[in-house]
Design a protein around this ligand. Structure first.
Ligand code: NAP
Length: 337
């Protein structure tokens, strides 16, 4: 296996920031991981990069970058109602969604066009428009970087939560996820729980709406709001939507009566971070080559040359403004390295 030295990561992160990896290995199979383990290379500081669409590199990476390129997918089980699809970590998520939608297998359509690769999806339990990976994931396999063994995780083993999992908390940086098995429906029922979808299909009978139509509509909405990283550097939502307790929501409503909020199953409330940022007057704000996107305040964009560290400082200034105005602590969704 070839290990490259002083490898430039600029085209391997969608922010397009300049950063050098001390070493980099392209992983196309589990055999590659075995080889690296046996050579003692996995004892180093490790960073796994898939598409680089949810990462902010704030300097050079002094360690070994593993570039996830394990391709392939196969049906492992099928019955009258479901398809069980095993998908390797290097597959591009939007292409996977397109493939399943074209086959008529339901479950992923609301997650159309989330940029990134399959291996990164369980880490933060990706989700959009009322669907999350945890709704379809049956199990997944991962290579333990410390022991060199492949381990299997059931859905419940992953401790999925709102944009989080065990791989973001307790097992952070401990595993290379190699594949996931998804349970998809051959008789899909469309999920129109989010307002923009309900609105788009309001004149239609729900039973007649296809997953392809839902997927196409989401692609259209996303295109109208979100910057294309190939044209304007960004890493999608920079901030997570904060979850607050009922008492805090009550206090917030005293001052901001129209604060949007979505009740969670555990009697907490999700507040859209984009709304908080917008209320601070920061939507569209630009400082040098860094800015808050003018159509979606959750997204930080880079217009020209800027370092990862400068982007981090900018993001922290947004956090500070929100904390001062609302007493809410925003968390980064993007993985800051
Ligand atoms: P929006 O309609 O402006 O709503 C703002 C936020 O409110 C969303 O982030 C969403 O949370 C929440 N929300 C809206 N309707 C909801 C409902 N019925 N139940 C619970 N929560 C609700 O949303 P947007 O910013 O355009 O995003 C639309 C969808 O695309 C969202 O699901 C969002 O997660 C997804 N998206 C993801 C990224 C990314 O990079 N990860 C970027 C942009 C958009 P949730 O985010 O929890 O769904």
């Amino acid at each position: 296996m070839i290990i490259k030295e002083d490898f430039c990561l600029t085209s391997f992160n969608t922010f397009g920031v300049e950063s050098l990896a001390y070493e980099l290995a392209i992983v196309t199979s589990i055999d590659n991981l075995d080889e690296l383990f046996k050579a003692g290379k996995l004892r180093e500081n490790i960073l796994i990069i898939s598409k680089g669409s949810n990462i902010l590199l704030t300097g050079n990476f002094i360690g070994l970058v593993l570039l996830n390129q394990i391709w392939g997918k196969e049906i492992v089980e099928e019955n009258d109602n479901h398809i069980f699809l095993k998908v390797n970590a290097g597959e591009f998520w939007p292409s996977l969604v397109e493939y399943t939608v074209n086959k008529g297998w339901g479950g992923l359509e609301n997650m159309t066009d989330i940029p990134g690769k399959v291996g990164a999806a369980p880490i933060q339990n990706i989700g959009a428009y009322g669907a999350e990976l945890k709704d379809v994931l049956v199990k997944m396999e991962a290579f333990n970087l410390k022991t060199g063994k492949i381990e299997t995780f059931s859905n419940s083993d992953c401790n999925f939560g709102y944009r989080t999992s065990i791989f973001k908390t307790e097992y952070k940086n401990r595993y290379f996820i190699t594949n996931v098995t998804l349970k998809l429906s051959k008789k899909p029922i469309v999920n129109l729980s989010y307002a923009p979808l309900r609105e788009a299909f309001k004149d239609r009978n729900k039973s007649e709406i296809t997953i392809k139509e839902v997927s196409d509509k989401i692609a259209e909405i996303r295109k109208s709001k979100l910057p294309d990283p190939d044209k304007l550097c960004n890493a999608g939502s920079f901030f997570k939507n904060p979850i607050i307790e009922m008492e805090q929501l009550h206090d917030l409503k005293q001052e901001f009566i129209s604060v949007p909020n979505y009740p969670q199953k555990d009697s907490t409330y999700k507040i859209p971070a984009g709304w908080l940022i917008e209320q601070c007057g920061l939507k569209g704000k630009r400082e040098g080559n860094i800015g808050v996107h003018d159509k979606q305040a959750l997204v930080i964009v880079k217009y020209g040359n800027a370092t990862g560290y400068e982007i981090l400082k900018f993001a922290e200034s947004i956090k500070k403004a929100v904390a001062e105005k609302f007493k809410i602590k925003l968390e980064f969704e993007v993985n800051v390295v």
